[in-house]
Ligand binder design. Structure first.
Ligand code: NAG
Ligand code: NAG
Length: 429
């Protein structure tokens, strides 16, 4: 009887101990994982101090929020997954009812101090995982989702047909490469594919590739660089800027065939100016490599401006040509008047010179009246004498030839400059 009771008690004891082994707290007790064990939080989790801790790191892009050309920053959402081995947190799952994964607060254990060098975001935008996963083989994993704004030097030469490749550089702040090594866990094509699948929003960009490079920096830090290449979707810029400018240029060319050019060309110049202002708000003012888009806009502005200037020149040349004709006629009128005055002086004698006011009234004498009629006939627009008309019409013809030659030159320059710019744009996109 006593023996049976003992066996029963032993059985109960065994079942009790087995029940407690299946709980998390049994494992936590076994691993001495509690807030008072500061060793786990302070020490890098290795048994021999100069064992290298290998930290596997991968990023998955989940959305592209913004690229700011003026500030030269990129804002994205990424998941950063890091894994490393904690040599103090290893257990045999069979001793704990097959329990092989533990999730514990991040504050209980050591985590690597990895920072992003290009980071320019507010710290408030990071959503840190409050828990870490610990596997029975000592592998510890943590996932952070962060809205990262990082600095990137854009190459805007081919804007808006550009592809931007930016670095996100991860490295430890305190541990050198002997103690903490950063390695990638997934190959690049898988990472690109995963990011493509996880992408929530891309905006005007398209993910081309994610590449990773690891090396030891000059400061002896193990460094892992993720290069994210993004390609712009240029449609909006083509519709909003490039095509309107091209159409305005065609209108400018067409203005050669209308008579009232000046106002029309002025309007075109103003329209181009408005588009230039829009472009100014998009592109940064860096001097080293002027974007092709700016060259394109400025070249069109200059062409339209030159055309306007030519129209003004032609206008003034035409004025001069016609006025020269009028001056000649005026000169003849004066000549005839002088002759008339002389005749009158002869007929009136010496006393006539004393009263010049009287000589100014042409209807004094019947002979003068005839002369005046003769002058009037000659100055009538319909019956111009051939010798006075010859020179101005010649000039007008020269002005017209000049205008045509200018048009041909202008047309050639426009076509060649646009073809040249577009070929530059389209080269190896
Ligand atoms: C650990 O340190 C010792 C002494 O400095 C050195 O000889 C050894 O190579 C180091 N081992 C590793 C893995 O760095
Ligand atoms: C990105 O990192 C690679 C490798 O360190 C470097 O060669 C390249 O110049 C960097 N690119 C930029 C834009 O900083």
């Amino acid at each position: 009887m006593a023996a049976l009771t003992l066996t029963l008690l032993a059985l109960v004891g065994v079942s009790c101990s087995q029940a407690s082994d299946c709980s998390y707290s049994a494992l936590l007790n076994h691993l001495k994982l509690d807030a008072t064990n500061s060793g786990l939080q302070i020490e890098r989790p290795v048994k021999n101090w100069n064992t290298t801790t290998e930290v596997q790191l991968e990023i998955i892009l989940s959305s592209i929020l913004d690229l700011n050309e003026k500030l030269q920053t990129v804002t994205i959402h990424i998941y950063v997954k890091t894994y490393w081995t904690n040599e103090h947190l290893i257990w045999d799952p069979s001793e704990f009812c097959g329990l092989n994964l533990l999730t514990i607060p991040v504050s209980l254990i050591w985590v690597p101090d990895i920072a992003i060098q290009e980071d320019a975001s507010d710290s408030t935008n990071s959503q840190d995982d409050p828990l870490v996963s610990v596997f029975s083989n000592g592998k510890v994993g943590v996932v952070n989702r962060l809205q990262l704004t990082y600095i990137c030097k854009f190459d805007l030469f081919k804007f808006p047909f550009d592809t931007q490749t930016c670095n996100i550089t991860f490295s430890s702040l305190n541990y050198d490469a002997n103690l903490l090594k950063l390695v990638k866990s997934t190959n690049d094509s898988t990472l690109t594919k995963l990011s493509g699948l996880n992408m929530l929003t891309e905006g005007e960009w398209k993910l081309v590739s994610i590449k990773s490079i690891s090396y030891t920096s000059l400061t002896q830090r193990s460094t892992l660089v993720y290069q994210i290449s993004l390609k712009r979707k240029p449609f909006l810029y083509v519709v909003n800027l490039i095509l309107p400018l091209l159409f305005l240029l065609v209108l400018d060319l067409a203005s050669f065939f209308i008579s009232e050019k000046l106002g029309f060309q002025m309007t075109i110049l103003l329209s181009v100016f408005v588009l230039l202002k829009i472009l100014k708000d998009i592109l940064p003012s860096t001097e080293d490599s002027l974007p092709l888009m700016a060259v394109y806009c400025v070249s069109i502005f200059t062409l339209v401006w030159i055309n306007l200037l030519e129209t003004m020149l032609i206008g003034s040349l035409k004025d001069v040509a016609c006025c020269v004709g009028e001056e000649r006629q005026n000169a003849e009128v004066v000549k005839v008047k002088e002759q008339k005055a002389d005749n009158r002086n002869e007929s009136a004698g010496v006393s006539g010179t004393d009263k010049p006011e009287e000589t100014n009234s042409p209807l004094d004498l019947p002979g003068d009246r005839q002369k005046l009629k003769f002058i009037m006939d000659r100055t009538k627009p319909g019956q111009k004498a051939p010798e006075t008309q010859k020179n101005p019409s010649n000039r007008l013809r020269w002005v017209k030839i000049f205008d045509s030659v200018f048009f041909i030159l202008y047309f050639t320059v426009v076509v060649f400059s646009q073809v040249f710019l577009f070929s530059l744009w389209k080269s190896d996109i």
